[in-house]
Write a protein that binds this ligand. Structure first.
Ligand code: BEZ
Length: 201
């Protein structure tokens, strides 16, 4: 039986079993998606940061936050890409915060260890949530236009999928980083809006 077949789409227990937090009281967490702009957890320190050899992609399906089982939305995950640099935000958090975050990101995300680099050249070992192709909610590659089309139509308990995309694009601009994949999907979404408005006239 393959790993994909046995992996539940609720990762809370998997993270507890496979990725115990250890003895450290405080842990650096690398945020690259909604955790950058929806900071609903206490933190000790926050600092722009990056991780290497990973790229942000709207390849993970969301049926608990930004879509439904019938019409999943798309949210970001990280894929392995040699040489890539993913810019985001690092948060120093206490261990207890992961009870909340494991629950919030339970739809396929595993907590993995990663090196996190800061602008001053320092780096630390920390954690990052990644949804791999082995989880049942993974949607995988699609063109930026197709992704925008899916995002335009999806809505879930946390709100419209489009708000997720626009909030993330805004947060990345504030960080001063250019993410071609995210900004291209945003451009297509705006284009789709204009086309819909024209069709209504
Ligand atoms: C993040 O912002 O780091 C994040 C994105 C998706 C799932 C979990 C965390």
């Amino acid at each position: 039986m393959s790993y994909k077949c046995v992996m539940s789409d609720n990762t809370i227990e998997i993270n507890k079993l496979l990725n115990p937090l250890g003895d450290a009281c405080n842990v650096w967490l690398f945020a690259y998606g909604s955790l950058i702009y929806k900071v609903d957890f206490p933190f000790i320190e926050r600092c722009p940061a990056s991780i290497r050899h990973r790229a942000r992609r709207f390849w993970q399906g969301s049926h608990d936050h930004r879509g439904t089982k019938e019409a999943p939305g798309r949210v970001v995950t990280l894929i392995q890409q040699p040489g890539a640099v993913c810019v985001g935000m690092a948060f120093l958090v206490s261990n207890e915060v992961f009870d909340h975050l494991d629950h919030r990101e339970k739809n396929g995300y595993l907590r993995l260890r990663t090196d996190i680099s800061f602008a001053d050249g320092n780096s630390v070992s920390g954690l990052v949530y990644v949804a791999t192709e082995h989880n049942p909610a993974f949607l995988g590659v699609a063109s930026e236009r197709e992704i925008a089309r899916q995002i335009a139509q999806a809505e879930g308990p946390s709100g419209p999928n489009r708000d997720y995309l626009l909030n993330l694009a805004h947060a990345l601009r504030e960080l001063g980083t250019h993410d071609e994949h995210v900004f291209e999907i945003e451009r297509h979404l705006m284009q789709l809006n204009r086309e819909a408005e024209q069709a209504e006239k």
